[in-house]
Design a protein around this ligand. Structure first.
Ligand SMILES: [Zn+2]
Ligand SMILES: [Zn+2]
Length: 257
């Protein structure tokens, strides 16, 4: 006689089997297609087809192991960038799924400015595809999305970083925390500012509530100068937290508009 796991009754097993069969039937009747090119997805593909996914996951030849900043094409190995050497960031590491170019920039523009929140899950999946090992090794206690100011949240109707975080939190079985970090001051949109202005623009924009020290995964959509990731991580590390950062894309200063 088969051994049942605790809490796993014949009825729950029957419900699970039926649910699995329904999922298969649903996939046969309504085959899912790629979020971008609409090609039908193969059984092992989720959200994006293999070709579209590979276009999104492009990585620079060499990058800074701390902040993921792409290094000049003349670099022959990964090494710390000038910014991390001269002003070490408060986060442990920052990882991005790909470069803000081509299809990845198009998808991010769609989710941010063209009312397509459904693209957040495929974008979160790209982060998992590229960095699942790092995230599992870090084993965060909670996931915190970079918050939007309430005025921007009202205008857009959703925080894309929170939607991306939700997908990652579900996959890693880690709780999402949306009340610890707050953006209490409306700031100028970062893409309209220079490198120096971006850092001063965020001064005092965020607050972090007290919470017992934990490992926190901070999630954002696009990283350019790391000013936002640094500002949020600085507050969290002051409370004793360890912070790792993930974002969908790494943009150059002139490309995130
Ligand atoms: Zn596709
Ligand atoms: Zn760096």
């Amino acid at each position: 006689m088969a051994t049942l796991h605790p809490g796993c009754t014949p009825i729950t097993m029957l419900i699970r089997s039926c649910s699995h069969l329904l999922t298969i039937a649903d996939r046969l009747l309504f085959p899912p297609s790629c979020y971008h090119c609409q090609h039908l997805l193969a059984a092992e593909e989720q959200f994006l087809c293999h070709d579209c996914q590979q276009r999104c996951l492009q990585q620079p030849h060499h990058c800074c192991p701390c902040c993921d900043h792409p290094l000049p094409s003349t670099s022959t190995s990964d090494h710390l960038c000038h910014s991390c050497l001269s002003d070490p960031p408060p986060f442990l590491w920052l990882k991005t799924a790909g470069i803000y170019t081509d299809l990845l920039s198009e998808l991010l523009q769609q989710v941010k400015f063209h009312g397509r929140p459904g693209l957040a899950a495929p974008l979160g999946e790209l982060i998992l595809e590229q960095h699942l090992d790092t995230l599992q090794q870090f084993s965060p206690h909670m996931i915190i999305p970079v918050p939007l100011h309430r005025q921007r949240l009202r205008e857009r109707g959703y925080n894309q970083a929170q939607l991306i975080s939700t997908h990652i939190a579900k996959a890693l079985h880690v709780p999402l925390a949306t009340t610890i970090l707050t953006r209490h001051r409306a700031t100028q949109p970062q893409p309209t500012l220079t490198f120096t202005q971006r850092h001063t623009n965020l001064r005092g924009a965020f607050t972090a509530a007290r919470h017992p020290p934990q490992r926190i995964l901070l999630v954002d959509d696009i990283v350019t100068t790391t000013a936002t990731a640094r500002a949020c991580s600085r507050l969290l590390t002051r409370h004793g937290h360890q912070v790792g950062v993930v974002a969908v894309a790494r943009a150059r200063l002139d490309s995130s508009r």
